[in-house]
Design a binder for this molecule. Sequence first.
Ligand code: 3PY
Ligand code: MG
Length: 251
Amino acid sequence: MIAFKQRLAEGRTLLGLWQALANNYTADISARAGFDWLLFDGEHSPNTPQTLLGQLQAVCAHLVEPIARVPSGDPVWIKQYLDIGFTTLLVPMVDTAEQAAAVVAACRYPPAGIRGVASATARATGFGLDRSYLGEVAERITVIVQIESREALANVAAIAAIDGIDALFIGPADLAASLGHLGNPGHEDVQEAIAIAKAVIDAANKPAGIFALSPDDARNRIAEGFRFISIGTDIGVLLTGARNLVSSVRQ
Ligand code: 3PY
Ligand code: MG
């Protein structure tokens, strides 16, 4: 299995779909639709490690990268998400280099980090059958942190410089709120902040990702050189399809 950080280095922009329905069937269907990655959301969706496990198992036969967003950078969440077998994590609300370094440490075993070892009882290690997992964990795991506050913007260069932070993902909704434009991520102040953050991430030679606000926004983000872009959500796809269906039939 190629690590997501290696795929990010290939050059093609990787397109993703946000999974917020917290449902195995939705994950299974989405995994067949041609996306490069799916984001399983533990921060804002009704997910538990148990529901995430089912979704992860539902997509593992497909050529799509399952990314999990942990509820926070708490090492306990990180440990559980890694142990069930996610190899790419998105950590929300990382505002400082210290927090970013702590996230990396939570993903590594001692002496490099602080992750607890559950070798034979973790799905991550093939229940103990994958003997190389413990030694290869740093190469296999991709750590992505979210830049989504005024404080994170001020610290983005220092966050990007942390060894083990593989990519940085800009969250326009929280960034807009933090900059005083709650509910208006299209505001020019927010867009300007995104452009500055992107330039800093580029200068650090790390891949930048973003949540696109529309298909047009997604195409613009590709042209700007974002390396991975969420282009929608499972809820949005369902709701838009359902509303279009009913209005196409109702007289
Ligand atoms: C945000 O926009 O705040 C997100 O976390 C998702 O992109
Ligand atoms: Mg956010």
